[in-house]
Write a protein that binds this ligand. Structure first.
Ligand SMILES: Nc1ncnc2c1ncn2[C@@H]1O[C@H](COP(=O)(O)OP(=O)(O)OP(=O)(O)O)[C@@H](O)[C@H]1O
Ligand SMILES: [Mg+2]
Length: 299
């Protein structure tokens, strides 16, 4: 089973308006609510692919209950309850498809609640093949949370994939995660263009993938470097494409496939996520169409 940690899940609310005008009131054409947060998206994609997965993280209050209720049917979750309230994100999409996003910070987690999470995670590690640590950290959680969880995974003989940004990513690198997957903005402190993957490995990552939106990705695996591109980009909603990529990489890590095959399939999965208007799902028909369009080149 793949254990996916989403420490700061959210109720994602999407409102559709004709035109967004700051300072004015609007009538929403449509309103949709879904469980979100990067780790939730990763778990949803894995679940859709039929990969056994267990989702964990913190939930609190009525919105925490809404996260649990908003998960796809059959997705196994084992959350730790917190006293503070789960966050909400609001996305306003206009007729042209432009998305304006407002993210709440999420609950403040106490020292006791974090300790309870570490215990829960430790118990899940016994049945884990690999772990995915994805997304921002709620307040109160130590900034080296992903390093602590990666060390716990390694002590149990499991591999760890980290998709994070900022201080959460930097601190995680101390524990030598098996794979990190920031996007190019998030990886910029470690280098630009092709050098970011090397910078991430120099800073501690065992392997690194830097995603580059519609331009594909750069990978550094062991001593090999790959550029992966797509012959033709997919039009649609790129939010959550990185999470589908992380899901594909996590699944690949627990197979005996070689890196080129893992990178190819994960890139196809990410493209197939763009074709779905919300995060945390892929279009299986598009997946079949894009597979032959993925080019993996050793550089
Ligand atoms: N328009 C697109 N068409 C096809 N594939 C895409 C497109 N946009 C992104 N991808 C694929 O998705 C991967 C991840 O995209 P991106 O770099 O935007 O991730 P991200 O910023 O982490 O996204 P998020 O965090 O919102 O999930 C890219 O490496 C690429 O393979
Ligand atoms: Mg991302």
């Amino acid at each position: 089973v793949l254990v996916v940690a989403c420490l700061n899940p959210a109720v994602d609310v999407t409102l559709t308006v004709d035109r967004l005008c700051p300072g004015e009131s609007h009538r929403a054409r449509m309103s949709m609510q879904r469980a979100g947060g990067k780790g939730v998206n990763v778990a949803h994609v894995l679940h859709q692919l039929g990969v056994p997965v267990v989702l964990t993280g913190f939930v609190g209050g009525p919105r925490g209950a809404a996260v649990g209720a908003g998960l796809d049917p059959g997705l196994r979750a084992q959350f730790v309850d917190v006293g503070d309230e789960t966050r909400q994100t609001v996305t306003i999409v206009d007729a042209a498809g432009a998305a304006t996003v407002v993210n709440e910070p999420g609950p403040a987690v106490t020292v006791e609640e974090w300790a309870r999470f570490v215990d829960t995670f430790g118990a899940l590690l016994r049945e884990a093949d690999a772990v995915v640590l994805s997304g921002s950290l709620p307040r109160g959680v130590p900034s080296d949370a992903y390093a602590q969880l990666t060390r716990a995974a390694h002590a149990a003989g499991r591999t760890a994939l980290v998709d994070a940004a900022g201080e959460a990513l930097r601190a995680a690198l101390d524990a030598e995660p098996d794979l990190v997957k920031p996007n190019e903005d998030e990886a910029a402190p470690f280098g630009t263009d092709g050098s970011a993957v090397d910078g991430l490995v120099a800073a501690g990552a065992r392997n690194a993938v830097v995603s580059r939106g519609a331009r594909g990705l750069a990978a550094r695996v062991g001593e090999h470097r790959y550029d992966v591109t797509l012959a033709r980009p997919v039009t649609g909603n790129p939010t959550g494409a990185g999470d589908a990529l992380a899901a594909g990489l996590a699944r690949g890590l627990s197979t005996t496939d070689g890196w080129p095959a893992i990178l190819r399939e994960a890139t196809a999965l990410a493209a197939a996520a763009v074709a779905v208007p919300y995060a945390g799902a892929i279009d299986l028909a598009v997946l079949d169409q894009v597979r032959p369009l993925v080019q993996v080149r050793e550089v």
